[in-house]
Design a protein around this ligand. Sequence first.
Ligand code: LLP
Length: 392
Amino acid sequence: MSQGMLQDMKGCFNRLRTPFYYYDTALLAETLSAIKNETERRDGWHLHYAVKACATPKILQQIQRAGVGADCVSGGEIKACLENGFPANEIVFAGVGKADWEIELALKVGIQYFNVESIPELEVIAEIAGRMGKVADVSFRINPDVGAHTHAHITTGLAENKFGIAKEDMIRVIRISEQMPSVRFVGLHFHIGSQILQMDDFEALCHRINELQDRLEAEGIKVQNINVGGGLGIDYYAPDDHPVPDFKSYFDTYAKHLKLRSGQHLHFELGRAVVGQCGTLITRCLYVKQAATKQFVIVDAGMTDLIRPALYGSHHHIQNLSSSGSVLPYDVVGPICESSDVFAKDFLLPETHRGDLIALRSAGAYSEIMASRYNCRELPKAYTTEDLGIRD
Ligand code: LLP
């Protein structure tokens, strides 16, 4: 998908009520095959798509058909995966606050394993599994204390973050689990953050895992699965230059620096890199308003449809699909009664008029799924390439 392709679809978009998400399934197919090119040639490598990025049913179905598993963080996500064809035994379940009903559901349907984040959680899983006459496979999320060069709100692998078990406690936790008959230790889990573009961050994680594995080996503890989480970023500034993320550098970093033990499986939980560039939020200019010092383009999508700019100050590339006039700086804002309902400030767009179609790019991940009904707004609709009857 490119600006040109979106412009060609203007006629079709014009017939639909805005705002809505458009998912380019041809680009998703290309992205999935780029991932599979890297993982399938390596023994024991598996991808679990991080469902939190986008759980639109047709997108989940396409990802599942590509032979990818799922990484869930709630009972709701587990249900969405099962409804859209993911086999339970290809689902892993993470999260710092799993509720009892979610643990019961996961055990009942038979997920692959839990990514456990604390000793109290381990005790609850053991208790529930025991009561249900089951053995829960558990992997421990270890906080690697590795920083990532990304936004403070989406870095997760530092000792000060709420996620995971301190690496100093790793052996103690494994030993505790060995005493629990209703629990089986199957692996270690890590995740350092999201929207990471510097491969050295992933390399630092590899070195930390190697160190931890040496400690475990000295204790005679065997680890079946290493799960390195997700985190690979996308190009929000120039989506047309990098529609498919740099999977080669990402996976090569792990191949080069992570020392897997014989027979070990390596799991990845990518979310953003799988779906991020495939989605676009299509909105319409309602008004162009000249204020004292600037011009506002007021569009019919707001922070309720795409919260990332308001929440994290994130950049999404914006295009006017209807105009090709000379460019002017605009503040592109939504209709919500909040000053933070701003998509971009001083963004250069061709001269914009009421009724123009505006595209907010790179909105496939953490976008539609984070929509809310604030101001009693309707949730945005979603269309795929097939829904709109468009072929290559
Ligand atoms: N695994 C775990 C344990 C995670 O916490 C996450 C994301 C992922 C995998 C997937 O990470 P990805 O490959 O997508 O970077 N709402 C924020 C992003 C929050 C990410 C949360 N965890 C945003 O809009 O940027």
